[in-house]
Design a protein. Structure first.
Length: 276
């Protein structure tokens, strides 16, 4: 829940607040918690007290509901300054290309819960860069997406672009632009051969409409997640599609496998390395 007057965002949920404590405790302006979870946040309270911040134990969990706008607060709410989304520029993308960093582009997925789940998957698989349209940014970073990300927000960088099509043009030939599409001829298990050592931009779309036609035309390759019976000739999946957050986990797994394979072969070492 946003507090527009104070330019604050409520972060709730045990995992989200704990990761915030571990990585960016200085961002916490105020902390509120129930008696049941108080022993778990003693260290954070000390940090907040040292910089003369505010923390309070509430007597009624309904106070946390008012602060966070949800009953799913898990007994703790941290108020932080509203995070700013960095506009993407060529300096940033040049760094991705130099370091062979992969990225995700979300083509108007329009759902904060899905966004949070994708952030969680990206953090788990070591994908640090997520790009969203500027006109979709206000619905992306919310109390709900923070909670569902389970602390993943502290491990990713979120960037905005004014025009997805222009961004796709700029990175052409520098990153492999891979779209997800139900009509694709290649499967996500082929990402390794598709990338061939180049950093990739994985494009995920709205689960009802998919990626837009303009974005689809800009992709270097389209991939599909194989469904039951596909190899034996079935033309349609038992259900219309996976949730976009579920699909992201599968595609990002294949992407990190491709990155591991490339690093192993170029380093000549047998150890596996996650893409960072």
């Amino acid at each position: 829940m946003r507090n527009k007057q104070n330019n604050e965002l409520a972060v709730c949920g045990f995992a989200a607040v704990k990761k915030l404590e571990k990585n960016n405790s200085e961002r916490i302006r105020r902390l509120y918690f129930t008696e049941e979870v108080a022993p778990l946040f003693g260290g954070l309270c000390k940090k907040i007290a040292q910089r003369k911040g505010i923390y309070n134990k509430v007597n009624d969990s309904k106070e946390l509901e008012k602060l966070s706008g949800t009953v799913h607060h898990q007994g703790v709410v941290a108020m932080i300054y509203m995070p700013e989304i960095t506009p993407l520029d060529s300096d940033i993308t040049d760094r991705w290309i130099e370091n062979k960093e992969n990225a995700i582009l979300l083509d108007h997925i329009g759902n904060a819960n899905n966004f949070g789940a994708i952030v969680r998957s990206a953090a788990f698989f070591g994908i640090k860069n997520i790009v969203i349209p500027e006109d979709d940014s206000t619905s992306a970073i919310t109390t709900s997406s923070y909670r569902i990300a389970e602390g993943g927000m502290e491990y990713v960088n979120i960037y905005s672009v004014r025009s997805i099509s222009r961004f796709m043009e700029v990175i052409a030939g520098k990153m492999v632009r891979i779209g997800t599409d139900l009509s694709a001829k290649k499967t996500c298990s082929e990402i390794q051969s598709i990338c061939n050592g180049k950093p990739a931009l994985v494009v995920l779309g709205n689960e009802e409409r998919g990626i837009s036609e303009e974005v689809r035309q800009s992709c270097d390759e389209l991939v599909i997640i194989p469904f039951a019976g596909m190899k034996s000739g079935k033309k349609e999946a038992p259900v219309d599609s996976l949730n976009v957050a579920q699909a992201s986990s599968i595609v990002l797994y294949e992407l990190t496998q491709a990155s591991r394979f490339y690093k192993m072969n170029t380093s000549g070492q047998g150890s596996l390395m996650l893409n960072t």
